[in-house]
Design a protein around this ligand. Structure first.
Ligand SMILES: NC(=O)c1ccc[n+]([C@@H]2O[C@H](COP(=O)([O-])OP(=O)(O)OC[C@H]3O[C@@H](n4cnc5c(N)ncnc54)[C@H](O)[C@@H]3O)[C@@H](O)[C@H]2O)c1
Length: 256
């Protein structure tokens, strides 16, 4: 464990998948957690289930790509939690499609949620951290934020943006005692995004997650908990001399 007792954390997109596992881990570490998600019903279920073992969980519904939603929803979480120590920018979508064939709607949705979402949420939460002279921000990038991949151009570009923004923000906020890092997950199963992506890949005759996992050096797909423990580490004082990094959590590198 990383000694996060008493810290206040906001996790976007924590109704499902990786975000939910991050919220669970931060609660287990002793944090109070605010969940901001588009899917209110699932967020409420997550909050109820995760709160059973103790710890405060509060929920706000909204779309990270809407400045008005962020102002209201993240604002209400900040009011309920008190000063926020940890922000996890996790909400994201992945649209599969070759660049010359993908719809403009998918392109704009990808950037709206994955990049504008980071922009709005961070600009809402970080000023309070600056005023207090402490805080830790962890962003969800991807292994596709370090390598271009066919049929994932918009997603790759949005995650390269997150890697760059993590570096820029780390340089801007370091002097205020705030660290900014990212995690680059690999092939993570047991998430809604993975299930949707698998359906599309199957329709195109592409290898399944199970097949691809065979070529991962550690010989298994990743789990949301693999990402959650890395986020907890980066958020903690154990990582107090790490900033601007995007840590790959992929089980190694694979070729397809
Ligand atoms: N699953 C993977 O293999 C994988 C790999 C690399 C990176 N990632 C990244 O990890 C993060 C979480 O992915 P996941 O696999 O858990 O996905 P997921 O689809 O299971 O969960 C995403 C969550 O974000 C919420 N969300 C979606 N759009 C939103 C919006 N506009 N506003 C607020 N909430 C919104 C969803 O309701 C959901 O709860 C994403 O940023 C994703 O890009 C995932």
């Amino acid at each position: 464990m990383y000694g996060l007792n008493g810290r206040k954390a906001i996790v976007t997109g924590a109704a499902h998948g990786i975000g939910r596992a991050i919220a669970a881990r931060l609660l287990a570490e002793g944090c109070d957690v605010g969940i901001f998600d588009l899917d209110l019903a699932a967020a409420q279920v997550a909050a109820e289930e995760l709160g059973k073992d103790g710890g405060k969980v509060v929920v706000a519904a909204g779309d990270v790509s809407s400045k008005a939603d962020v102002e209201e929803g993240i604002g209400s979480l900040m009011a309920e939690l008190g000063p926020v120590d940890i922000l996890v920018n996790n909400a994201g979508i992945c649209k599969v499609g070759k660049l010359l064939e993908a719809s403009e709607a998918d392109w704009h949705a990808t950037f709206g949620i994955n990049v504008d979402g980071f922009f709005y949420v961070t600009r809402k939460v970080a000023p309070q951290m600056v005023a207090r002279g402490s805080g830790s921000i962890v962003n969800l990038a991807s292994w596709m934020g370090k390598s271009g991949v066919a049929a994932y151009g918009a997603y790759c570009a949005s995650k390269f943006a997150i890697v760059g923004l993590t570096q820029s923000l780390a340089m801007e906020l370091g002097e205020h005692g705030i660290r900014v890092n990212a995690v680059g997950p690999g092939l993570i199963v047991e998430t809604k995004m993975r299930d949707e992506s698998e359906l599309k890949r199957a329709a195109e005759g592409l290898p399944t997650a199970q097949d691809r996992a065979k070529s991962i050096p550690l010989r298994r797909a990743g789990l949301p908990s693999d990402i959650a423990k890395t986020v907890a580490f980066l958020a903690s004082d154990e990582a107090d001399y790490i900033t601007g990094e995007t840590i790959s959590v992929t089980g190694g590198i694979w070729n397809d």
